[in-house]
Design a protein around this ligand. Structure first.
Ligand SMILES: C[S@@+](CC[C@H](N)C(=O)[O-])C[C@H]1O[C@@H](n2cnc3c(N)ncnc32)[C@H](O)[C@@H]1O
Length: 203
């Protein structure tokens, strides 16, 4: 039986249970670029162990954090309690924007599954949901982009990561069709390049 691990970000410890995504370069790229959160209403989709939602809460945001993986939500709640921010984070189970149907946010954050996977590779266990993104790597990002405009306030922003393996140009095209402004940062890894997309909705 696997044991929980501890992951550290800027000296703070986060517990990572078995069947929960272990924070990695993509997580830390988001964490390093959270920006201003004080007084903001923040949504983190796919919170995993809760690291990003907790950083946002510690910076003064009121956060809704979701996941499709029950084990992730349980782990994130444990971490929120250890970091003293339980009152600032509302954890909800569900896919994409389902748990926040009518709600809008000043900041939407997502480190989505983005690795292209053949259907025969899809195992369907909770941890696989952290990276399985269909044959083109877009099974989660496309519906996310389609519904993002319904959940972002005017003047709001979104922050998410994507891999060079899953057609970043298509993402940029969709964001421009929505009238969003986009700023990109890149980080080279061994077998892919990570893109951090900072998206702004004009007021
Ligand atoms: C790459 S992990 C990121 C976890 C965490 N945010 C981090 O950065 O370390 C992706 C997370 O999204 C969750 N997820 C996958 N599909 C989802 C969906 N359709 N809606 C919400 N969460 C989803 C996974 O269970 C997993 O916890």
């Amino acid at each position: 039986m696997d044991k929980p691990k501890a992951v550290f970000y800027r000296g703070a410890a986060f517990r990572v249970d078995p069947e929960v995504y272990e924070p990695a370069e993509d997580t830390f790229l988001l964490a390093d670029n959270l920006g201003e959160c004080l007084g903001k209403r923040v949504l983190e989709l796919g919170t995993g162990c809760g690291l990003i939602a907790i950083l946002a809460a510690k910076s003064g945001a009121q956060v809704v954090a979701t996941d499709v993986n029950q084990a992730a939500l349980k782990c994130a709640r444990t971490n929120a309690s250890a970091h003293g921010v339980t009152d600032c984070i509302d954890f909800r189970l569900g896919s994409l924007f389902e748990p926040v149907t009518e709600e809008r946010f000043d900041l939407v954050i997502f480190n989505p599954p983005y690795l292209p996977t053949e259907s025969k590779e899809a195992l369907g266990s909770p941890i696989d949901l952290a990276w399985e993104a269909g044959p083109k790597g877009r099974a989660v990002i496309d519906p996310f982009l389609g519904r993002l405009p319904n959940h972002l306030t005017n003047g709001g922003r979104a922050l998410f990561v994507q891999s060079s393996l899953s057609n970043v140009d298509k993402t940029l095209q969709k964001l421009r069709e929505h009238g969003f402004n986009v700023n990109i940062a890149r980080k080279k890894l061994s077998f892919e390049e990570l893109f951090l997309l900072r998206v702004y909705r004009p007021s």
